[in-house]
Ligand binder design. Structure first.
Ligand SMILES: Nc1ncnc2c1ncn2[C@@H]1O[C@H](COP(=O)(O)OP(=O)(O)OP(=O)(O)O)[C@@H](O)[C@H]1O
Ligand SMILES: [Mg+2]
Length: 152
């Protein structure tokens, strides 16, 4: 596990950008943590790192936003408003996650059992003061274990 803190929104975005540069098709990033901690901001940094030029907003009302103009497809999920894993099936979760692009999932901890075995868990929590955030990076599986070492 990797733990560090950021002291400004841009630093969280930069981490997302550096992470994205190392990702490949099939990779799944599971996000959790406090409301308003910076998950979407991290996703914005990731999108920039994947070469996506669209504005990335929270897909809360659409659950899934697909970005096709980057280096590889980028699937941004926000499960905050989902109540059951049945609804995950309805949005075609399995057709996107772990396939031809990178999937990043906000509020993944609501449906832990629906997440793939190999994924990178990132928890972002509020720290002290307005702009501090504590970030925990927890790899599942060999590939993400190695990637985590590289990020250190
Ligand atoms: N160090 C920091 N890292 C990330 N965001 C920060 C930081 N300091 C302040 N912020 C602010 O915190 C807010 C994070 O909002 P964001 O929408 O990314 O959170 P979120 O975790 O996606 O929220 P939600 O739980 O509603 O999905 C932004 O307004 C951002 O400017
Ligand atoms: Mg969000």
């Amino acid at each position: 596990m990797l733990q560090f803190s950021t002291n400004e929104p841009e630093a969280t975005q930069r981490f997302g950008k550096e992470l994205a540069a190392r990702l490949q098709a099939g990779d799944v990033i599971c996000l959790s943590g406090d409301l308003g901690a910076g998950k979407t901001l991290l996703v914005q940094g990731m999108a920039a790192g994947m070469g996506i030029t669209d504005d990335v907003t929270s897909p809360t009302f659409t659950i899934l936003q697909v970005y096709d103009n980057g280096r590889i497809p980028f699937y941004h999920f926000d499960l905050y408003r989902l109540d059951t894993s049945r609804e995950l099936e309805n949005i075609g979760f399995e057709e996107y996650v772990g396939t031809d692009g990178v999937a990043v999932i906000e509020w993944a901890d609501k449906f832990v059992e629906a997440m793939p075995e190999n994924c990178l868990w990132i928890e972002i929590n509020l720290g002290q003061g307005e702009n501090e955030r504590i970030i925990y990076v927890k790899p599942e599986g060999e590939r993400f274990g190695r990637l985590c070492e590289e990020l250190r």
